[in-house]
Design a binder for this molecule. Sequence first.
Ligand code: CA
Ligand code: CA
Length: 201
Amino acid sequence: MKKILLNGLACGLCLVAMVGIANAGPMTWAIADGGNGHSYEIIDSNLSWTDAKDAAETAGGYLATITSAEEQLFVSTLVGNHVIGATADNTGYIIGGFKVDEQWQWVTSEPWDYKYWRPNEPNYSYENYLYMDGRSPIQWGWNNYVDVNCWYGESGLFGYIVESAPVIERRFTSVPEPTTLLLLATGLAGIAAVNIRRHKK
Ligand SMILES: [Ca+2]
Ligand SMILES: [Ca+2]
């Protein structure tokens, strides 16, 4: 049994070594550290911005929104540690900013106040999507680009960053679906009926 486990572990380690840079899983920006309690996961997957947005939402989160210098620092440190060993010049990670009618916005509709553009960005008006650019100077500064897959070629790393709020926060901030409201109302009516029956006894 022990041998099987050890073999399994060894295979797992081989796989990590073969991949080179493994996804480390979500990292939480702890409230105790001055963070927002959200977790962030860096996914190495060469998707277009739109496909990355869909993938992030399917995973239960959203493309990361960077709304303060502190959040930029936390996420850029995470990305920096993630790509160690890769040529940072060839890296980029999609985040949740996009532009409609010349207005930049976040996928979560949070206010677009904080910005961390690279020099001379945003440039082309037809580049309506956002990623963090690994090139210096202003490493992990923001660059606008078109909704395509990575153009860095085989040597590059291109992926996206998923942010997720704790479940409790999502419950309070998300708008319930009409069916959820109906179920909730039915449930409450049921509880009320039981209580009335209990009082009658
Ligand atoms: Ca955020
Ligand atoms: Ca650009």
